[in-house]
Design a protein around this ligand. Structure first.
Ligand code: P1T
Length: 377
């Protein structure tokens, strides 16, 4: 089936009792059992919930995977993935990831005996060179938040296979509509479903998709044992949202291409980071492994005061954290999403204090352009 057909139907069937077309919200913490040791396969809400199972099957289909496991946030999903390793193991990570991922690994998981190498994965040789005897995982984010750097997924997957490493890809920025890491040979795709997958800025969620049975077994066990599960209502909201993922992503992409073009033409920013621009250093790779360029753009305004002026004066854009919703957001990564990354590390990758990040929403593009134009005046 095509993406939109799967988005609307996969994992969902009309309700057997009433014929309801939309999956019900199974808002229950427990289930009646017929007798001791006999039940309908549903025992307790943390372990089993049908709304959640439908969501997991739906997103697994969109990511071209067999198994989906849903969590109460993107970071809860990332944390669950750390249960694939144990004290003494080594993990290679893309050096520019979401600041919260950096914080989880560097400021929490390190205390549990894990060792992390922060690597510029835009060059595959750096992944190879970072491999040690105790390396177990390679955790990639592509495009990265907020610099929009890319990693060659097929190349990275090959290196991981040759070295018996599990490859994980944070696919939040592309959504399954524009990029499928499993189809490129990677083992695990992870999303903050808070972002494009839900797309309406009303849910916090995360999901892991894999074809690997062993990985699935472990992550499923951890989902229940640690218990960071999403509520049935949140699962229902996300299921409602994936039905329009294809049309939303098309519009995010169209608007962002026009908006990036405007930023360049206006000359107001010293640098514009967007994989859809022909002068993005990895534009060719973007065309090869992504089916669109997405809705995220970062721009360096060179001077912090100019960046602040823009952040303060916009009216259609909202100053706020997060991304991927129908409404356009603007943010200051250095003091917001990436504040836990040391300044010198931020600056090494171009994440300066004058960098502004745009999450381009679904408003009329003319209004978004006019908003920034007026704010800078
Ligand atoms: O917020 P949460 O659902 O826990 O997801 C964490 C996360 C994981 N991966 C990526 C690429 C992300 O961007 C995020 C969350 N990011 C923001 C809140 C942000 O404004 O960038």
């Amino acid at each position: 089936m095509g993406f939109s057909t799967d988005a609307i139907h996969a994992g969902q069937h009309p309700d057997e009792v009433t014929g309801a077309v939309i999956t019900p919200i199974y808002q229950t913490s427990t289930y009646a059992q017929q007798e001791l040791g006999r039940n309908k396969g549903y025992e307790y809400g943390r372990t089993h919930n049908l709304t959640r199972q439908c969501l997991e099957a739906n997103i697994a289909a969109l990511e071209k995977g067999k198994y989906g496991v849903a969590f109460s946030s993107g970071l809860a999903a990332t944390h669950a993935l750390m249960s694939l390793v144990k004290a003494g193991d080594h993990v290679i990570v893309t050096n520019n990831v979401y600041g919260g991922t950096f914080r989880l690994f560097e400021l929490i998981m390190k205390d549990y005996g894990l060792d992390f190498s922060w690597v510029d994965t835009t060059d595959l040789r750096n992944i190879k060179n970072a491999i040690k005897q105790n390396t177990k995982l390679v955790y990639l984010e592509t495009p990265t938040n907020p610099m929009l750097y890319l990693t060659d997924l097929e190349g990275a997957a090959r290196i991981c296979r040759e070295n018996n490493l599990i490859s994980i890809v944070d696919n939040t920025f592309m959504s399954p509509y524009f990029q499928n890491p499993l189809s490129s040979g990677c083992d695990i795709a992870i999303h903050s479903s808070t972002k494009y997958i839900n797309g309406h800025s009303d849910v916090i969620g995360g999901i892991i998709v894999t074809n690997n049975e062993k990985v699935h077994e472990r992550i499923r066990y951890v989902q229940n044992a640690i218990g960071a599960v999403p509520s049935p209502f949140d699962c229902w909201l996300i299921l409602r949202s994936t039905k329009t993922l294809a049309v939303r992503m098309e519009r995010h992409n169209q608007n962002a291409i026009k908006f990036a073009g405007y930023l360049i033409k206006s000359g107001m920013a010293a640098k514009v980071y967007y994989p859809g621009l022909p002068d993005h250093p990895q534009h060719e790779l973007a065309k090869k492994q992504m089916r669109g360029f997405g809705g995220m753009i970062s721009a360096d305004f060179e001077d912090v005061e100019r960046a602040k002026m823009l952040l303060k004066n916009v009216r259609v854009f909202t100053l706020g954290e997060s991304l991927g919703g129908v409404e356009s957001l603007i943010s200051h990564p250095a003091s917001m999403t990436h504040a836990s990354v040391p300044k010198e590390e931020r600056e090494k990758m171009g994440l300066t204090d004058s960098l502004v990040r745009f999450s381009i929403g679904l408003e009329d593009i003319e209004d978004l352009i006019e908003d920034v134009h007026s704010a800078m005046k």
